[in-house]
Design a protein around this ligand. Structure first.
Ligand code: FMN
Length: 324
């Protein structure tokens, strides 16, 4: 079923929120290859209510960075409302609420996936957020706290709060990021709720993207780890869904050109040290799996200046090869 914000999109393949990764340059580079809807990484409601400087930096955006989702994490409604007030001055299109993060420091406060242990509390919180926000509200869930949880019942509680869609990561909180995604459980949620269900988990290739749609009946998918150093995954998934034909992988030259574009976007957002330090991990992701790159990655992890980084990219262009 298509409704609300999904009906405004041209396609339902979106970029997931990724803490420490989903900065403006990362979103823009993925948009270049077909991503239409992207997320800012989760933002702590209490920090945003104090307008902490680092939090404001996370909300940095640009006119071409739309439509955009902002995600809040927390469980104290007063702070969440204050955070929503602060968000008024930051352009965005959807307000998502995180009931999915399994990190100890988050769940120990009853936030993130901790809320999956108290579905009624989660529903009340969501109702209050939906009532307060001027933006459409969505929620990101996991398949409950552990394998003993009735995932479809929790999802139904959440859906009954008036949210516009559910994002469902097909693992339990106890699983963290390991183990396999439970397609059947996502399918059961899809059958049980009447709001759109956007599925997440192991969208690492066009084939796995199609499998998620086929096996769960979901309305959309979130690409997460599959987009790290791999914005091409968007054009590949779109082609797969259209006619089953996957375009060839990018050439070494195309990877180098995309790295340059991505790094320049970082330079536009951060100072020299900030852009170099942030781009190091992307360099590792862009270059992995290609022959002749191990020594380059070790070198770039020590890069200090913009010049060092460009040198690392040019060395990659000269030396990297696909394994045949
Ligand atoms: C490093 C990292 C950071 C993440 N940060 C967030 C986040 O801020 N908010 C959120 O809802 N999910 C977050 N996730 C979960 C992803 O959005 C996604 O649901 C999950 O990785 C499953 O998809 P995948 O198996 O395709 O990676 C994060 C995942 C990773 C690996």
């Amino acid at each position: 079923m298509k409704s609300g914000f999904l009906s405004k999109l041209n396609h339902p393949v979106m970029l997931a929120p990724l803490a420490g990764i989903s900065s403006l340059p990362f979103r823009l580079i993925n948009r270049r290859f077909g991503c239409e809807y992207a997320f800012v990484e989760m933002i702590n409601a209490r920090s945003l209510s104090y307008e902490n400087k680092k939090t404001a930096e996370l909300l940095q955006t640009a006119p071409e960075d739309r439509p955009l989702g902002v995600q809040l994490v927390g469980s104290e409604i007063d702070y969440i409302k204050q955070a929503i007030d602060k968000l008024e001055k930051y352009p965005h299109d959807i307000l998502d609420f995180n009931a999915a993060c399994p990190q100890k420091k988050i769940v120990s406060k009853g936030d993130g996936a901790g809320l999956l242990r108290t579905p009624r509390k989660l529903q009340l919180l969501l109702k209050a957020i939906v009532g307060y926000s001027r933006m459409p509200v969505t929620v990101k869930l996991r398949l409950g706290w552990n394998s003993g949880t009735a995932a479809a019942d929790i999802a139904a509680y959440a859906a009954d709060s008036g949210v516009s869609a559910l994002f469902v990561h097909g693992r339990t909180a106890a699983q963290g990021y390991s183990g396999t995604v439970d397609y059947e459980a996502i399918g059961k949620i899809k059958k049980k709720v009447s709001v759109p269900v956007i599925a997440s988990g192991d969208i690492l290739s066009p084939t796995l993207a199609k499998k998620m749609f086929d096996e769960t009946g979901c309305d959309g998918i979130l690409v997460a780890r599959g987009a790290l150093g791999n914005p091409w995954i968007f054009r590949e998934i779109m082609a797969m869904l259209k006619d089953g034909k996957i375009p060839p992988r990018p050439t070494v030259n195309e990877i180098a050109e995309t790295m340059i574009e991505h790094f320049r976007l970082c330079q536009g957002c951060f100072n020299e040290q900030g852009s170099v330090v942030r781009f190091r991990k992307f360099y590792v992701w862009y270059t992995r799996g290609l022959r002749g790159t191990k020594v380059l990655r070790a070198q770039v992890m020590r890069a200090q200046t913009v010049k060092d980084m460009f040198e690392g990219i040019e060395l990659f262009r000269d030396k990297a090869q696909y394994n045949t």
